[in-house]
Ligand binder design. Structure first.
Ligand code: ZN
Ligand code: ZN
Length: 349
């Protein structure tokens, strides 16, 4: 089969002919239906040899694609609860199941597959879904029932990563509370929707693009604002001086983190997901007293199951643009140019 692979760091990804893998004990061979493309794929494709956070810690020679869903093609020994043709979605984080964090249900922090700041997983150091078939341990699959695998593939990273961040602030959001989402890209679209579905908070959505602000309204944001140097003041004005009980920063520059700190409220929480590499100044006077700050990585299998439940209930707007597998490079080019109108999803015949 043809697989789209990182063959060597510092060289563009390419199609390579590889054998169809066979499932071992406890594993499932998945026939791919939908593979979402992510900006972090471009970071890997562009990574210079030995650069952080990917090339320095992951050996090259793997198939890209970490937002995967499909149907069961074949099960390995010991897998008794799935059968050929069952729809499945793949949790995007690989976990060992027996380290301290896996035991506690924090498998996104699994120590066995941690490689620096990131975890080794399918599409990131291990063969992913940009090929007609992929191998996944049974425990990292969620059965889909009647849900369309193509529609759920973007939920496996963009959806669940923002779901995890939103879940971590829900306890703070009560009637009268305010939540701020910075960045309305692939993740922000879901963060706004989850906040509106799961909390009574007034939601402020910020972006630098007017077009994305219109999307923010469509996803249910109560207020949409340009993310400029007046945004903090506007949030304080609109909220009657209350500020924000929760801020989810899906961008992560010095400027967005400074904005988060400015609007933070005592007992609030700032969650950083965005990978732009900025930092937050924390200390007396720069952050509201008792406000918490967390860097949020990935999600758990339970998160994926819950997000699929929301999708199954018809509660989520899932914007996607479909591309045939042969057109994967055109899809990445469109992603790189910022021309997509939804998550790019590769479909397979
Ligand atoms: Zn991703
Ligand atoms: Zn583990």
């Amino acid at each position: 089969m043809q697989a789209y692979r990182i063959v060597e760091w510092g060289r563009p990804a390419e199609f390579v002919d590889v054998p169809v893998p066979l499932p071992g004990a406890g594993e499932v061979l998945v026939r791919m239906k939908g593979a979402g493309l992510c900006r972090s794929d471009l970071d890997m494709i562009d990574a210079a040899p030995a650069s952080q956070p990917y090339a320095a810690v992951l050996p090259a020679g793997f198939t890209l694609g970490h937002e995967n869903a499909g149907v069961v093609e074949m099960v390995g020994a010991g897998v008794t609860d799935l059968a050929e043709g069952d729809g499945v979605v793949v949790h995007h984080m690989h976990s060992c199941g027996h380290c301290e964090f896996c035991h506690e249900g924090h498998e996104q922090s699994c120590r066995t597959f941690a490689r620096g700041a990131i975890g080794m997983t399918r599409g990131v150091g291990i063969d992913g879904g940009l090929a007609p078939f992929m191998i996944v341990p049974r425990r990292e699959l969620v059965a889909l029932g009647a849900l369309d695998p193509v529609m759920v593939s973007p939920l496996t990273d963009a959806g669940v990563t923002s779901y995890r961040a939103v879940k971590s602030v829900l306890g703070r959001l009560r009637p009268g509370s305010n939540a701020v989402v910075i960045g309305l890209g692939g993740l922000g679209a879901y963060a706004v929707q989850f906040l509106k579905l799961l909390s009574p908070a007034t939601v402020y959505a910020l972006d630098r693009s007017e077009a994305r602000l219109a999307d923010g309204r469509r996803y249910g944001a109560d207020h949409v604002l340009l993310s400029d140097n007046r945004a903090a003041e506007t949030i304080m004005d609109l909220s009657g001086g209350r500020g924000a009980d929760a801020i989810i920063d899906l961008v992560g520059t010095d400027a967005t983190l400074a904005l988060a700190a400015t609007v933070s409220r005592p007992h609030g929480r700032i969650v950083l997901v965005g990978l732009e590499g900025g930092s937050l100044r924390a200390g007396w006077g720069s952050l509201a007293t008792t406000c918490e700050f967390a860097v949020s990585l990935g999600s758990t299998r339970a998160d994926l199951r819950e997000v699929c439940e929301l999708a199954a209930g018809g509660k989520l707007i899932i914007d996607l643009e479909r591309f045939a597998f042969a057109d994967v490079e055109a899809a990445y080019a469109k992603l790189r140019a910022g021309l997509l109108t939804g998550r790019a999803v590769i479909t397979f015949n």
